[in-house]
Design a protein around this ligand. Structure first.
Ligand SMILES: Cc1cc2nc3c(=O)[nH]c(=O)nc-3n(C[C@H](O)[C@H](O)[C@H](O)COP(=O)(O)OP(=O)(O)OC[C@H]3O[C@@H](n4cnc5c(N)ncnc54)[C@H](O)[C@@H]3O)c2cc1C
Length: 433
């Protein structure tokens, strides 16, 4: 059901309209063998495929639709350090030392984007700089505390921008304080994802599109990964299917909740006018729980994301309602048309910490990466790298994440959705206080 609901969300993505996709990889037909079968052609699966090949493993990557069809090709493009949850969640569970390692890995995730852009010559419109924005005095105090805490606990530097200087960074009446982070930034996510796909193929990974994995079974020698017209015999399996694995791994599915989030792109805005909106051209995100995230594209559009929904149906009047939301930030764009509206689903965990591990119900050598909770553009790269390390026999870094405990959402999707809606209504209310 989710896939059909999403046809409309992909078809009108600005990203799809601004790239020329290469000739598609064929579907898998017949039997083949590989050391590792990777399920999912998003950033997580592709990143793993690249590093597995570098370590000498043969790789078959199976994608149900086409490369970047999921969140990886449709997201807000903001490449952020850290995790979706506060670092205190990790400290509370695993202690300061492991939390420090996790934080350092999240920084490595940003560096990895640059490493791969350079190594594989991926042109993806990188723009450095990220601003967190507080929309009221209470949130400004929280932002200042967070900047101070990240500096003192993790040595991470961000510059706090107080009310009187805000307009020099963003021409909006909405913000009362900002924090500028020069390390993070933004890019065109579909260009980057397709670049990684090219890189994986050039390293020798076998990539199949329109190949949905329908079942995973075992024989005496390893795993049998089935699709409609083919079969991969593999020693290891990596599940990197985000919220779309459905019945392939029901136990994993109960640990994440699909939450819809939506984006619009405006028509290009004449250069100086675009620069006046965000002179540094940094990506911006407010600090609300239900947040707005936006940036300028390389061709001077505003790419504005926000809203959430807990049903898999596309919201009514998506473009108009998102445009109205954008105008609360930039009322001066009243004469600017929205040309594209799209969205996708993020894989939220109960505590918003990522959920990586081994799907032992399917077998000890079945690994999974999920639960990026809307904060996966950079972290997926690192996740792919550390799962490749684990498969190669060095699981120390992977296990920092795998040790995190995750609660199941109770009662299946039908029951858990109303509970989540109630919780979100409460958080939305808190945003206003
Ligand atoms: C609208 C939106 C905005 C976002 N904005 C940001 C942002 O600005 N910054 C940020 O850090 N994060 C953002 N995110 C989150 C980020 O995009 C994701 O965390 C990340 O892309 C997840 O990558 P992935 O590879 O795990 O999943 P995906 O990219 O979703 O890839 C999973 C793939 O697996 C395939 N698949 C699933 N099941 C099967 C099967 N049985 N057989 C074969 N293939 C299968 C799917 O078809 C899909 O292509 C956003 C997400 C969305 C939806």
């Amino acid at each position: 059901m989710m896939r059909s609901a999403e046809a409309v969300l992909t078809a009108n993505s600005y990203y799809e309209h601004s790239v020329r996709r290469p000739l598609s990889h064929g579907a898998l037909i017949g039997d083949m063998s590989a050391d590792v079968a990777v399920v999912g052609g998003g950033l997580a699966g592709l990143s793993a495929a690249i590093d597995l090949r570098k370590r000498g493993f043969s790789v078959a990557l199976l994608e149900a639709e086409n490369i970047g069809w999921g969140a990886s090709g449709r997201n807000g493009g903001q490449a952020l350090a850290g995790l979706a949850c506060d670092m205190s969640v990790i400290e509370g569970e695993l202690g300061r030392d492991i939390a420090r390692q996790v934080w350092d890995m999240s920084i490595e995730a940003i560096d990895l984007i640059h490493e791969r852009r350079r190594e594989y010559k991926i042109a993806c419109d990188w723009q450095a700089g990220y601003l967190s924005g507080a929309v009221n005095a209470k949130k400004a105090r929280e932002l200042a505390n967070s900047v101070e805490s990240m500096q003192s606990r993790y040595g991470y530097q961000q510059a706090l921008i107080e009310a009187r200087a805000v307009r020099a960074w963003i021409d909006s009446p909405r913000f009362v304080a900002l924090a500028h982070d020069p390390k993070c930034g933004h890019l065109h996510p579909l260009k980057y994802t397709l670049g990684l796909s090219r890189a994986a193929a050039s390293q020798g990974a076998s990539i199949f599109e329109n190949t949905r994995v329908t079942a995973i079974s075992r024989d005496g020698r390893g795993y049998l990964v089935h699709s409609r017209d083919g079969l991969v015999r593999a020693r290891y399996v990596l599940l990197a299917g985000n919220v779309y694995l459905d019945q392939l791994a029901p136990r994993l599915r109960s640990r994440i909740m699909p939450v819809g989030t939506y984006i619009v792109a405006t028509e290009p805005i004449a250069g100086p006018r675009a620069n006046a909106l965000i002179p540094s051209r940094a990506a911006i995100c407010d600090t609300n729980f239900v947040l707005d995230y936006f940036r300028l594209s390389a061709d001077d559009r505003v790419i504005f994301g926000g809203r959430v929904s807990y049903s898999t149906a596309t919201p009514m009047n998506l473009a108009q309602s998102m445009r109205a939301r954008m105008l609360t930030v930039f009322p001066q764009l009243d004469d600017v048309a929205v040309t594209h509206a799209w969205g996708g689903f993020v894989d939220i965990t109960m505590n918003r910490a990522p959920d990586f591990g081994r799907a032992t119900e399917l077998g000890d050598d079945v690994y999974y990466l999920q639960g990026f909770s809307g904060h996966g553009l950079a972290l997926t790269g690192l996740a792919g790298r550390i799962v490749a390390e684990a498969i190669a026999g060095s699981a120390t870094r992977f296990d920092c994440f795998a040790r995190l405990s995750h609660r199941r959402f109770p009662g299946g999707r039908l029951l858990r959705t109303p509970a989540l809606v109630a919780a979100m209504a409460w958080y939305r209310l808190r945003d206003l206080l």
